[in-house]
Design a protein around this ligand. Sequence first.
Ligand SMILES: [Zn+2]
Length: 128
Amino acid sequence: MNDNDNCICNINTKFGSWEQTVKLKAPKWSSKEYIWIDKCLVEEIEHLWDIGIITLGCCCGHKQTLPMINVEEQQYDKMIELGYTLLTNPHGKDRKDSFYPKTIIIEPQMVENHIRSYYNVGLLNYKK
Ligand SMILES: [Zn+2]
């Protein structure tokens, strides 16, 4: 983790809102022409694309839940080499395809809300 927080969201930022995203020309490996990326992650995602990482999705967390960058699982070694930390995925604890972004600071409420969201769908036993 570094000290840069590229997340410009606040607790009122809505998930999936178009105004929080930027339309980027998709890399060659994508079947899409454009990919929408959270504003706060554009710099980091463009860098990953530049060095050949195939991303499958990302979210800055909008100061409300944990941020993540999803990649193809075979890129796990490369991501670890780049200094990324694996994000444990309650949907499958052996999955190796989701990482914490380096440019987003994780705040306590983001962890709390993340755990609660999995509790709400019955994936974790959670007591406050
Ligand atoms: Zn953000």
